[in-house]
Design a protein around this ligand. Sequence first.
Ligand code: DP6
Length: 387
Amino acid sequence: MPENDKQSLSMVTCTAPVNIAVIKYWGKRDEDLILPMNSSLSLTLHQDQLKTTTTVACSRNFQQDRIWLNGKEEDISNPRLQSCLQESILWRLNDFDCNGTCTSMTSCSPNDDDDDVKIWFVLVYTLSQLFGVESEQLSAVARQGSGSACRSLYGGFVQWKLGEQLDGKDSLAEQVESESYWPELRVLTLVVSAEQKSVGSTSGMHTSVETSQLLKYRADVVVPSRMEEMIRVIRERDFPAFGELTMKDSNQFHAICLDTYPPIFYLNNMSHRIISLVHRYNQYYGETRVAYTFDAGPNAVIYTLQDHLSEFVQVVRHFFPPEVSGEEFFKGLPVCSADLSEELKKDINMEPTPKGIRYIISTKAGPGPCVVKDPNHHLLGADGLPK
Ligand code: DP6
């Protein structure tokens, strides 16, 4: 903690990335400790487009722990938040200079319908920075905020190992390859128009564990060999194999959702159209050039290589003519516009769906959480309240 702040106030701001799984986590073997039934693997996305920022302030002068999310005060008694805070209380006690009270403010970008931003994780990370804790167990604490979020502790390709111990101490995130390992890899998020909010991942996976026989088969038989294969194709930078495995794993996850009773539908008509478009596009070229994956919602995440990015964006724009133009539709890394070949459009042979996709976010692999040095970026004022 900075020397001159020791007396009264210490404040740290951190940003944390989002990760998108290519081998999905779905199902817990222990709901209290948040231990998964299978290992999973994801890519951490660059923070230029999507990130969560958290400021934690700690002072003896504050009256009580308080927390705000996107400016709105949250109930501090939330059980998952409490699991994270319990651990941080130990850090606080160990930190003789700052055993005061903390306030925290988190903001997510973009903050609408983004269910992938796992806020408690960045809170844990920020607290660890504030108290100078460098613990190997950080991902075990982060995991208690939200399972998949522990993979955001590292940049690039990250696996969350299932672990064997009952106490979950070996169920940890681990970097497979850094964010610079596969520089040509690109990620597009296609944000579709959704009518209703879907079942949350926590309750969805609970019902799957209770009712889906397929889930057990996936966890016991399918995922162990898929993890090995996924790590191998990433290390070989073999996009067709990576893409195919990514799509198959996403499809299997959604098959489990259908096998859940009552069934869970995360994909909507627009998601199905995107799936068809990807397969028709790949079929046209006779190889896997783009791959989709879907989490607990209808938005598609597309993996592709730099060389195919601009053409595929044009294809999306052609088959989902947007309501808005230019920067409003396409956010992120620039792509040069290429004219689409008539033959390709004809071969894909789909009716365009106007306004089916609200906007596209283009990004790539990125690093893990970062400490923000510039104090102007703190989200809290010296009084510990949101600025
Ligand atoms: C479909 O991490 O949101 O995104 O541990 O209950 O908070 P909890 O679940 P959560 O589940 C994410 C599920 C997924 C797949 C994945 O990211 O691996």
